[in-house]
Design a protein around this ligand. Structure first.
Ligand code: DGY
Length: 328
């Protein structure tokens, strides 16, 4: 039996790759950096399946070069690099990996809050640099118990962060495009966006990147926050205006920033944000645990193989859209 032809635009964990190789001939980009567009387009000429990565844009132009494509799969819950409308127009299902990364990402978001609030990395620098002497000024943080956490973007990860915050004695408010009917169950109270900005002691951003959320946090929003506010972004870099964040942190308009996502990624070593003392940046590691990345890789393969066989994807973003299109 002939094998399916599949392009993998980046790395994939070995067990997941082996599952694909049983049924597919694979062309895979294994070097560092993004696959050059010309090469990708060439590989896609006869590809039936594509495993995409955040570093490639799946748009009309790419799909023009992939006339045989039956399915696109990506190991992430976010899909701001994918033009879902363009995939739907071609009736190509797109699969992502929701659910399996909820706890890991919530843990990371809450870790950034804890590390910032308790100045963990400054404490470590203090020890390592030899600055710790008896009587020296150790870095002071803030208590979390009794503080108000504002979560912007209340999906499954937001609810898991709210649960963690409740266990630490925090009061939780949230803003979401749609209000969740089960507010009390997640232990969080809905607030208007501006009220959340004004009332929260700490803000964790988890909203997906879209036309509406690009630049959601700019000068106006930082001005509304408390001067003691902690601002944490675990969503996507472009949700925040980095210049406005730099100024807000530099001038003391807000107290502290922690980012797991930047724009661009990786953040250049000479980026102004890296010169600030009151920021902590991690390299987009929200879902980066062995267990979670393994589960994400397997779900990515499940989606890919289902699509190649013409079956429903276990986690498909545009099933309904494709059905509606087919109905006419
Ligand atoms: C996601 O799943 O969208 C995370 O950001 C990992 O890339």
């Amino acid at each position: 039996m002939s094998k399916y032809k599949v392009v993998i635009a980046g790395s994939l964990m070995a067990p997941a790759l082996e599952r694909i190789q049983k049924f597919c001939d694979v062309k895979q980009w294994t070097k560092s950096g993004a696959i050059p567009q010309e090469l990708l387009f060439d590989w896609l000429k006869d590809a039936e399946g594509l495993i995409a990565t955040a570093s490639i844009k799946v748009d009309k132009e790419l799909l023009k070069h992939a006339p045989k494509l039956k399915v696109i799969s990506q190991a992430a819950v976010g899909y701001d690099n994918i033009d879902i409308g363009a995939c739907t127009d071609k009736s190509i299902p797109f699969g992502n990996t929701p659910g399996v990364l909820v706890d890991a990402t919530a843990d990371l978001a809450f870790s950034l809050l804890l590390c910032s609030a308790r100045r963990i990395h400054e404490g470590w620098d203090f020890v390592r640099s030899g600055a710790w002497r008896s009587g020296s000024n150790i870095p002071f943080g803030i208590d979390l118990a009794g503080k108000t956490l504002g979560i912007v973007g209340m999906g499954q990860i937001g609810a898991a962060v709210a649960k963690r915050a409740g266990a630490f004695g925090m009061n939780v408010i949230y803003y979401n495009r749609n209000r969740r009917p089960d507010d009390e169950k997640i232990g969080a109270t809905y607030q208007h966006f501006d009220t959340l900005l004004e009332e929260a002691d700490c803000i964790i951003v988890l909203t997906p990147l879209s036309k509406e959320t690009r630049g959601l946090f700019g000068r106006e929003q930082f001005t509304k926050m408390k001067s003691t506010a902690y601002f944490i972004n675990v969503s996507r870099g472009p949700v925040v205006d980095a210049n406005a964040l730099f100024d807000a942190l530099k001038t003391g308009q807000i107290a502290y920033g922690a980012l797991d996502v930047t724009d661009p990624e990786p953040i250049p070593i000479d980026h102004p944000l890296l010169t600030l003392p009151n920021i902590l940046i991690t390299p987009h590691i929200g879902s980066a645990t062995t267990e979670t990345r393994t589960a994400m890789a397997q779900l990515t393969v499940d989606n890919l193989l289902a699509g190649l066989e013409g079956k429903p994807l276990p986690a498909c973003v545009n099933t309904n859209l494709i059905m509606e299109k087919q109905k006419g």
